[in-house]
Design a protein around this ligand. Sequence first.
Ligand code: NAD
Length: 362
Amino acid sequence: MEPDVLLDTVAIRDWLYALWRAAGSCESEARLTAEHLIEANLSGHDSHGLSVVPGYVRSLQCDQLQLNQRISIVMDSGALLVVDGHRGMGQSIAAQTMALAIERARAHGVAIVGLKHSHHIGRVGHWAEQAIAAGMASIHFTNVVSRPLVAPHGGTQPRLGTNPLTVGLPRRNAPPVLLDFATSAIAVGKIRVAYYKRAAAPAGVLLDADGLPTTDPAVMYEEPLGALLAAAGHKGYALGLVCDLLGAAIFGGDTPLPEHLRKHGMFNNMLAIVFDPARFGALEHYERETAAFLEYVRSARCLPETQAVLIPGEPERISRARRAQALPLDAGTLAQLDEAAASINRLRGSALPPARSALKLV
Ligand code: NAD
């Protein structure tokens, strides 16, 4: 396996900002994209950080990803809205959508917003964090419109995306609770990272083309293609299915039917339910009860191999503290980033340095 390299966090964020500026993004889109992707790496989700950049660049080159788009409202009944992202950069489109949802939730107590036709929106927890920063709770059902990767429970061929489910709960003077995971047994980006690292995937998450269990990540990238299993058997499959129906079809978004797929395009639809918890009139109770309950949950005796019971959202905070100065990255992904910069240079006549210029000097 190739060793990880260490990147200077600030230098790689600046490099990524420069890459999207060179590609043609306006200042705010380049900044939102760079901040989002580096934050995903900082949070420990390398699957949704720098490793997605080569795919975004391919999508741009194939005229799938559209830069500098603004959302447009296609249905508006106050607290219920549908917006179109026009295949725009998900890191900007989702930020605009959440700003609108928060504004409406302030006015009405709750907002239910369907976002359709967005390019990949990355780590969905980021959008729950935008709501949390405004004191709002949120629930997100997201579907993926690109080559299906996940086999339905009992099936062997892929039919669904990795459709994440996300819930954010703000707390006063205490860290929020943030549930944010793919409904597949593992996020496909983690298989991609294993593939680049030439490492084995964990057992119990992949089927090969014959429907047999395997740990070879190549079954997701090389013919004959296999499939990811759903998380927790029929439960993850059912949640993933609901993400396609509630997170897309119900408000006019596409499911990953073959006729909706575009080569190299990676699109998301998202239903975000955003609400102000204070409107229930039980804020003092909520804060007290949550603090006491989380303490009680933590007090459970640990398994021998576990050091502590954690609360959803805590692993990401621990990772951010660990990675604040330096980001580990596998050499395979670094090489792909260098190629992505070279192709932007060819496309736009820019002079971006390679990503390895952000290596941490120790
Ligand atoms: P994961 O399996 O690492 O699970 C992460 C969630 O579980 C977090 O809420 C985390 O706080 C919690 N968690 C982890 N360990 C815990 C523990 N020991 N105790 C308590 N809680 C714990 O996540 P994943 O399925 O690999 O997904 C990673 C990211 O990928 C998510 O941010 C998701 O939004 C994103 N994603 C995006 C898309 C897309 O199309 N945009 C698709 C799939 C996944």
